[in-house]
Write a protein that binds this ligand. Structure first.
Ligand code: NAD
Length: 474
């Protein structure tokens, strides 16, 4: 779509907002309910489109991640919306508060939010943030990813049928369209995707001083203590790593395991994969890599690690041959003894490869995490509260799951987002509502009866002004 047409939609949304004012509670609930119906009535179509886009995308897992798990997010917003929308009373300064001055925060919609989303969970990453954006009373212009063409086309068709263009408009296209889109004068811009593109987004938004929420990725570490219960830890880590074949922003990127636990954990990881996926090549529940470009990128990470001395341990329970295949499947692969020179320890993996490092001193592990970009997620497995507290309090990340991976994302009452290079801003929870609202400070001054009081700090200044200021500054 050309810039002038995108601009036309934006103008239409802005005019609609100015003419009608903030949407009522009832209209917001209605928008959320339409979203829920759209997802649930068309879930099979979404699941099929996703499968088509990926080559193989587990329909069962799509049903979980890109259909059913969005419903509690919507319901949570509906349940809390009235409370979030009501003005928050605050204290007016002494002494004016005592004689009638009033202060409150009104959470107002910002207007039109531009939303750019990625290919890995195209349905979830449209509607989960949209629940916060709609709750806050905003309109939306959405640009989905060009990689998942079928799903993006379906999203457009269904959203066009459920929403007026003034409420929600879908703009299809690739990076060129994305680049033009991000230069529009939105009231807020939400981008979910890689940090590399995130930099362009932030630059484009800066031209118009548009506030941004960036949902990025990074290398989310897993720390496995010698106090961890190995079988459970292995099952949870490998479930997270193989879901969507590791193409998850919160996927466990690498594991640091206490050397006393390493052999046991590795053996349990292999058993966990064999239990989940006794075979992989023709198993429709093991998702393929989205396209050849990403497949080649992952193979080059593996080759680089191999060349630089890593031991590659492919988990292939049925000894299948992956050299010839219709889709781009890569079995879960452990990369033992990785070094810092290997690319796999330098960039986000975003696939089913899992480097395993060893440690003996937790302080070194904390130091290692702190020497890297602050990640989106951080995972600690163990049963040692002192160690757990140290790991959490001496590192930083967007979120933390203890004795799990990715779990914090599924908590409706928790906000989701990154920190620094893994992102900024939040959606979900009350923080999500506030993220897309203008926390407007409203102050009502005292009436004329007490206006005389204000003359003490008005010119012409009589007497000792500092005496009065000292009273106020007490
Ligand atoms: P992608 O390639 O689909 O790109 C994301 C979006 O950016 C697409 O809509 C694309 O068209 C658009 N785009 C590309 N170039 C652009 C440009 N120059 N200007 C404007 N828009 C442009 O997705 P991706 O970046 O490959 O996604 C993978 C990354 O996303 C990973 O790093 C992952 O960790 C991250 N991610 C983060 C979250 C999160 O919630 N924090 C969720 C999913 C993925």
């Amino acid at each position: 779509m050309e810039e002038k047409n995108m601009q036309k939609i934006l103008n239409k949304q802005k005019e609609h907002f100015i003419k009608n004012g903030p949407p009522s509670y009832k209209l917001r609930i209605d928008r959320l309910e339409r979203m829920k119906s759209l997802i649930m009535e068309n879930r099979y179509k979404f699941v099929d489109a996703l499968n088509e886009d990926f080559g193989v995308r587990s329909k069962n897992q799509s049903m979980i991640t890109d259909a059913y798990t969005i419903v509690p997010t919507i319901e949570y917003c509906k349940k809390n919306l009235k409370k979030w929308m009501s003005p928050s009373k605050r204290k007016a300064n002494f002494p004016f508060g005592l004689i009638g001055a009033k202060a409150q925060v009104q959470y107002e919609p910002v207007g039109t939010v531009g939303m750019i989303s990625p290919w890995n969970f195209p349905v979830n990453l449209t509607f989960a943030p949209l629940a916060s954006i709609f709750s806050a009373g905003n309109q939306v212009m959405h640009k989905p990813s060009e990689y998942t063409e079928n799903t993006s086309n379906l999203l457009k068709e269904l959203c066009d049928a459920s929403y007026d263009e003034e409420e929600f408009a879908t703009i299809l296209g690739g990076p060129d369209v994305g680049s033009t889109f991000s230069s529009l004068k939105f009231d807020h811009l939400l981008y979910t995707g890689s940090g590399a593109v995130g930099k362009y987004i932030m630059k484009a938004a800066a031209e118009n001083l548009v506030p941004v929420t960036l949902e990025l990725g990074g290398k989310s570490p897993v720390i496995v203590s010698n106090s961890a219960e190995s079988t459970t830890a292995a099952k949870r880590i490998m479930l997270g790593k193989t879901l969507n074949a590791g193409q998850i922003c919160l996927a466990p990127d690498y594991v640091m395991v206490h050397s006393e636990k390493k052999d046991e954990l590795v053996s349990d990881m292999k058993s966990a994969v064999a239990e989940y996926y006794p075979d992989i090549k023709h198993n429709d529940d093991y998702t393929s890599i989205v396209n050849e470009k990403h497949y080649d990128r992952l193979q080059s990470l593996l080759n680089d690690a191999k060349q630089k001395g890593a031991e590659i341990d492919e988990i292939n329970p049925s000894n299948e041959d992956f050299s010839q295949q219709e889709s781009f499947k890569i079995p879960p692969t452990l990369v033992m003894n990785p070094t810092e020179e290997m690319k796999i320890m330098q960039e986000e993996i975003f696939g089913p490869l899992l480097p395993i490092k060893e440690f003996t001193d937790i302080d070194d592990t904390v130091g290692y995490v702190n020497s890297k970009d602050r990640p989106l997620g951080l995972y600690y497995f163990g049963n040692n509260s002192e160690e757990e507290n140290k790991v959490i309090s001496r590192t930083s990340s967007g979120g933390v799951s203890v004795n799990d991976v990715i779990g914090h994302l599924q908590q409706e009452d928790l906000p989701f987002g990154g920190v620094g290079p893994s992102g900024s801003g939040r959606y979900k929870g009350e923080e999500g509502f506030k993220n897309f609202s203008n926390a407007r400070a409203v102050y009502k001054q005292i009436g004329p009866r007490f206006d005389k009081l204000l003359s003490a700090i008005r010119p012409p200044y009589k007497g000792d002004i500092e005496k009065i200021l000292k009273q106020i500054a007490k």
